[in-house]
Design a protein around this ligand. Structure first.
Ligand code: 5GP
Length: 189
């Protein structure tokens, strides 16, 4: 039996998930799932790299055809994980998803063996202060992001692991240890 893992990372906005995932990808042996989204492209993003940017109609059609392993509506936009990509890649290597908690918990339902890892800030209050201080956004947007932070953190006990991202190198090392341990465990099971 393959011991390839479906590894799901979640954590509040601003906690550094993207950087951690990039560091893990440098190690090789992982496939990163690129999600579909209906949100607009931000500066610096590329279609097919950051996300597949699709219309709401296309997204809904994909839902109806069962094309998503999971999906959720987050801050008014849809986000979903392409099922085929994950299933095909999982036959070859470990697959990484970086998605929010509702989606992660859906994945756990269809793939109980998925490894769910929540990334935590070293200091939640400091993270919230930084989210508030981003400047350009309306109070309403800031408030909904702060509420979302509390919501994401409240789900941490449903994850297999919660890892604090204080020092980047230390955190990457811890993640590698967890993944290594879980792979060995899967071989034994
Ligand atoms: P952003 O719009 O800032 O790129 O992402 C917003 C949130 O959507 C992040 O928490 C990100 O992890 C999450 N996200 C990205 N792709 C997916 C996906 O395919 N499914 C789900 N459920 N969440 C996603």
């Amino acid at each position: 039996m393959s011991n390839n893992l479906l590894i799901v990372f979640s954590g509040p906005s601003g906690v550094g998930k993207g950087t951690l995932v990039k560091e893990l990808l440098k190690e090789g042996g992982y496939a990163l799932s690129v999600s579909c989204t209906t949100r607009g492209m931000r500066e610096g993003e590329k279609d097919g790299e950051s996300y597949f940017f699709i219309s709401k109609d296309e997204f809904i059609k994909e839902i109806e055809e069962g094309g998503f392993l999971e999906y959720s509506n987050h801050f008014g936009n849809y986000y979903g994980t392409p099922r085929k990509f994950v299933e095909n890649q999982l036959a070859e290597k470990d697959v990484i998803l970086e998605i929010e908690v509702d989606g992660a918990l859906q994945v756990k339902k269809s793939y109980p063996e998925a490894l769910l890892i929540m990334i935590l800030p070293p200091d939640t209050e400091e993270l919230k202060r930084r989210l508030k201080g981003r400047g350009t956004e309306s109070d309403e947007k800031i408030e909904s992001r702060l509420l979302r932070t509390d919501y994401e953190l409240s789900k941490k006990d449903l994850y297999n692991y919660a890892v604090v991202n204080g020092d980047l190198a230390e955190c990457v090392q811890k993640l590698k240890e967890i993944i290594g341990f879980e792979k060995t465990r899967k071989i034994k099971d």
